[in-house]
Ligand binder design. Structure first.
Ligand SMILES: NC(=O)C1=CN([C@@H]2O[C@H](COP(=O)(O)OP(=O)(O)OC[C@H]3O[C@@H](n4cnc5c(N)ncnc54)[C@H](OP(=O)(O)O)[C@@H]3O)[C@@H](O)[C@H]2O)C=CC1
Ligand SMILES: O=C1OC[C@@H](O)[C@H](O)[C@H]1O
Length: 383
């Protein structure tokens, strides 16, 4: 059977769009995939010159670059440079739109794409607030269109291996959880207009980096067979204000899974976090530690409890599950979108709306309790 072939439209020509487009052009065989094929049919930008530049840079891959394969194998054939996002939504040669604008624009972009009849993969954070997300889910259901948050980490080889350990039950009941995404990014060296620093674009550590500790909260605790709580709540939170641009420099929030455990989640724009224990699940029989970076972890360890309290795990083991060579790691989520569309699904079981809703709800609580002006901002749902 020939592979299922998906035609992408890409919205925005920023840094992650470029990484994503390149991954679409890598030979799927490099990651052991033979049932899926990706094509890029259109790129949309606020300026047609930027869309064209983006396409030119894809087309001129050097022979050593993994994505050269797609260029040589017709995966850019007929690609259009569009000077507006709308032209991409309206393009009959596009099946699915990848939205990678700043967070404050996601709701409007996704809504416009869905209303134009296109399936959507939207970058994290899904939306600015839960009301926006609920509106998008309602439209997707009403129009029978696929919609997924682009949380790439969930589709990486390591995520599948971690899930096997969690589902095996060998760690026993969770007792404690923590997860962190922190980087010493030096915000003082960046312009105030940078999307990470500008509150009007949804800047700050919570919305940009918070999705990653949240991934691990979902993979290790929410999906844990011992968990029965479908609505884990934030008990309390703290954010530190970055005076210059009024975004959160860091966020911390404590989540309670009823009758199970608590988890501390952290994000930081101006300090490094843990390296070998970016996400830690401590259980009755032993602990699971996932290594840095939390967005693209390739190694995890299972470690025994301290001697006096030892459980059935008695030896440390370390497990390495790398992203396939030549891929940046975004290709796996693209494969999931293609498989869901091929199979007639409008929601991914691996990245379900319910889990995006939980995380978005946490962000709303933390943001509203915080000292930044975003605390009082409402998204664009209903407008
Ligand atoms: N999965 C991952 O690993 C990553 C995900 N992300 C997520 O992807 C999204 C985009 O991030 P990133 O690519 O780093 O951002 P960039 O700032 O590099 O690019 C954003 C693009 O959005 C478009 N845009 C639309 N409206 C605006 C506006 N008002 N101001 C500025 N740009 C605008 C621009 O494209 P144009 O001019 O062509 O219209 C711009 O190039 C975010 O949601 C972020 O959280 C980011 C990095 C990594
Ligand atoms: O999604 C992301 O992952 C990698 C980080 O460097 C980046 O800030 C963030 O947007």
């Amino acid at each position: 059977m020939p592979p299922y072939s998906l035609r992408w439209g890409i919205i925005a020509t920023g840094s992650i769009s470029s990484e994503f487009a390149r991954d679409l052009l890598v030979d799927p065989a490099t990651r052991g995939v033979s049932d899926i094929s990706h094509n890029i049919s259109a790129v949309g930008s606020r300026s047609v010159a930027s869309a064209q530049k983006f396409i030119n840079s894809l087309s001129s891959a050097s022979p050593s670059e993994g994505w050269k394969w797609g260029v040589e194998n017709g995966k850019l054939e007929g690609i259009r440079a569009c000077g507006s996002y709308k032209e991409v939504y309206d393009d009959p040669n596009v099946d699915v739109i990848y939205v990678s604008t700043p967070p404050s624009a996601h709701h409007q972009n996704v809504r416009d794409a869905l209303l134009a009849g296109k399936h959507v993969l939207c970058e994290k954070p899904f939306t600015f607030d839960l009301e926006e997300l609920d509106e998008l889910i309602a439209i997707a259901k009403d129009k029978n269109l696929f919609l997924m948050e682009a949380v790439w980490t969930r589709f990486h080889p390591l995520a599948a291996e971690v899930a096997k350990v969690i589902n095996s039950g060998k760690l026993g009941k969770p007792q404690r959880f923590s997860a962190d995404f922190s980087m010493d990014w030096k915000p003082d060296n960046e312009p105030a207009s940078h999307r990470m620093l500008d509150p009007a674009l949804g800047g700050g550590s919570l919305l940009d980096m918070g999705p990653y500790p949240s991934v691990w909260a979902m993979l290790l605790v929410q999906q844990n067979p011992h968990n029965r709580d479908q609505d884990p709540q934030v008990l309390f939170s703290h954010q530190t204000l970055y005076e210059r641009t009024q975004i959160d420099l860091n966020s911390r929030w404590l989540v309670q899974w009823k009758d199970l455990c608590q988890g501390l989640l952290l994000s930081d724009l101006s300090a490094f976090g843990q390296r070998e224990a970016t996400a830690v699940l401590q259980c009755e029989e032993g602990d699971l530690l996932s290594h840095y970076p939390p967005y693209k972890a390739e190694t995890f360890s299972i470690i025994p409890r301290p001697d006096r309290f030892a459980g059935s795990i008695t030896q440390k083991t370390t497990h390495h599950h790398p992203i396939a060579q030549g891929n940046n790691g975004l290709s796996y989520e693209a494969d999931e979108v293609a498989r869901c569309l091929r199979d007639g699904k409008i929601e991914s079981e691996k990245m379900p709306w319910a889990e995006s809703r939980i995380v978005q709800g946490w962000f709303d609580v933390v943001r509203k309790q915080g000292p930044t002006p975003l605390a009082n901002v409402k998204g664009t749902a209903g407008q």
